[in-house]
Design a protein around this ligand. Structure first.
Ligand SMILES: [Zn+2]
Length: 339
């Protein structure tokens, strides 16, 4: 099969289009012929070796949708030709965490395209429990684009116990996870505010239904409190040190902040008295379990959460798609059309 592979990790120019063996099916797995995949910043990070792939050649790509081409032993309820969407959150399926449904706590947890060969290829193999049916009539580009970002945002909002009527602040809107957090938050009935350094990204967020937006490089905690009359119940963070202090100060007493990434650097400072006097919660979050993936899939299928797609590139033009993602100018998902 044809695949965009990494044989080294010297950055995005390391992706090369090659003929590689089609992956073999093992017990409980399905082989999918991909129709659409999509890029995430994870693909850029993997191409730079942070995190380093576990093997070479490595195939990146977490998101995708396609048709079942072949079925391994022990798989029931799925037929060849079924249209499916891939859940990129892969775990052993046997340990106590997996049996309890808490798959992100599995000790052999992996992300498609990081720990395992991913979707930037003609075919991919995943455990059968990692596909959900793609309903007839669903937009194929949307189906192939939401997995990693929307699933991650869903878990963050669940873990912060977001309720209808809560004030939700999404910091650094315009990224994959932050954009999804805005849209899912709105579908859950929250009053959503955003921050960005880009006036265009704030304008997009307002058009998509945010109540207000602030400049990330300004003192947005004060601006939010002036607009709302109080702080946020929930803050979604993906930026890290560049916005951390303002994000914490944006919280109302008892507020919860969830963070799943730290694009501006690895370390932040925290005022401990501020943390306990205000009774704040800081929640680290990564990926999502099967129930969260199904929940966000239902919201998307039902039309209450849109999947925003910035652009679609032919499979052969992956380097241009990567360039688009790396530019930071994209507004929504960068998708890849296969075959
Ligand atoms: Zn497990």
């Amino acid at each position: 099969m044809r695949a965009w592979v990494l044989n080294e990790t010297n950055g995005p120019e390391s992706f090369t289009l090659e003929d590689v063996p089609t992956p073999k099916l093992e017990y409980g797995e399905v082989l999918i012929r991909l129709e659409v995949s999509a890029l995430n910043h994870l693909d850029l990070w993997v191409s730079r070796g942070r995190p380093a792939p576990h093997h070479f050649p490595h195939i990146a790509g977490a998101d995708g949708t396609g048709e079942i081409e072949a079925i391994g032993e022990g798989v029931t309820g799925i037929a060849i030709g079924d249209a499916v969407t891939i859940n990129p959150s892969v775990s052993c399926g046997k340990c106590a965490a997996c049996l309890a449904g808490d798959t992100p706590y599995c000790r052999s947890y992996g992300i498609l395209g990081e720990h395992l060969n991913g979707t930037l290829a003609e075919y991919v193999v995943v455990p059968a429990r990692n596909v959900v049916p793609r309903p007839a009539g669903m937009d194929v580009t949307a189906a192939g684009s939401y997995g990693l970002a929307y699933g991650t945002a869903m878990r963050m909002l669940r873990r912060t116990r977001l309720r209808s009527g809560d004030v939700l602040l999404v910091v650094g809107v315009g990224g994959g996870v932050s954009g999804a957090a805005q849209l899912i938050g709105q579908a859950m009935g929250a009053d959503v505010y955003v921050t960005s350094r880009s006036p265009d990204k704030i304008a997009d967020a307002l058009e998509m239904g945010a109540t207000g937006g602030f400049d990330s490089s300004e003192e947005f905690a004060g601006e939010l409190k002036k607009s709302v009359g109080r702080g946020a119940d929930v803050v979604i963070e993906t930026v890290g040190p560049a916005t951390w202090n303002q994000s914490i100060r944006s919280l109302d007493p008892g507020g919860r902040l969830a963070i799943c990434g730290s694009a501006s650097g690895p370390k932040v400072e925290i005022s401990v008295p501020y943390l306990f006097f205000k009774q704040l919660e800081v929640i680290g979050s990564t990926m999502f379990d099967h129930a969260e993936f199904e929940q966000v899939t239902r919201l998307i299928e039902g039309g209450s959460v849109p999947v925003v797609v910035d652009s679609v590139y032919p499979f052969e033009e992956l380097p241009h798609a990567i360039e688009r993602l790396d530019s930071g100018l994209q507004r929504g998902k960068v998708a890849i059309q296969h075959g």
